[in-house]
Design a protein. Structure first.
Length: 229
């Protein structure tokens, strides 16, 4: 199951601790920049870039994942994994919701737990009207914040728990995982007084906005994304 093994290993790159090292020159990209968009190495998707290099934004990628960061408020990853035959069978023998829950539990959550023991899944929500069915997941990752050593306020906890939202969906026999951190949960730990449900609502809105930036030209699937009411 080569694609599945790749997913299990490469999903580690979604985690901020892998990407905190600073480099003197921008890394070479597997994908490419076209105007104001990033195009994935396989051409499966393109995305309007959510960061600006001239304002400190950075882009890193592998064959399967691209990550967009800036030093203030942005830590975003988009993963795109081709299904192998086993995953195609799993997808075809389950409902969309069941398959996305299966993929999350067996690959995404497993890697979160491996890297950040104590990871919690705070909530999950299946959104039928979005992307022909998408699964939104909200996690707390102990010690997993991209922003802990960047803009953390003085009175925030010594070890921050990152609040992260992920959106999983299937498009043209690829599993996509859009993931972003709620920066304010760490950078404004005392002042950002939101309940877990309110934080989830903010993440949900940002994930939907991010999904709206993604197009699928290779499959002719750049149709307008349905936004749930």
């Amino acid at each position: 199951m080569p694609a599945v093994r790749a997913a299990s290993l490469v999903l580690l790159l979604l985690l901020p601790a892998v990407l905190v090292a600073q480099e003197s020159t921008p890394p070479a990209l597997f994908g490419r920049i076209e105007g104001d968009s990033y195009v994935s190495p396989t051409g499966v998707f393109r995305v309007l870039m959510p960061v600006l290099p001239e304002l400190g934004g950075e882009i890193r990628d592998t064959e399967y994942i691209v990550t967009f960061d800036d030093p203030v408020s942005t830590h975003i990853s988009i993963a795109c994994f081709p299904m192998d035959n086993v995953q195609k069978w799993e997808y075809e023998t389950r409902t969309v919701q069941e398959y996305l829950e299966y993929f999350y539990a067996n690959f995404v959550l497993t890697d979160f737990h491996r890297r950040f023991p104590g990871t919690q899944t705070e909530a999950a929500q299946f959104i039928p009207a979005l992307l022909n069915g998408a699964l939104a997941i909200y996690n707390l990752l102990p010690g997993g914040s991209f922003f802990e050593n960047r803009n953390r306020i003085v009175d925030s906890p010594a070890t921050a728990a990152a609040k992260r939202g992920s959106l999983l969906f299937v498009r043209d026999r690829h599993v996509l995982v859009l993931s972003l951190e709620l920066a304010e949960h760490v950078t404004q730990a005392r002042a950002f007084q939101k309940t877990a449900a309110q934080e989830n609502d903010i993440l949900r809105g940002r994930l939907i906005e991010l999904a709206g930036r993604v197009q699928f030209p290779a499959a002719g699937l750049s149709k307008k994304i349905l936004t749930p009411r």
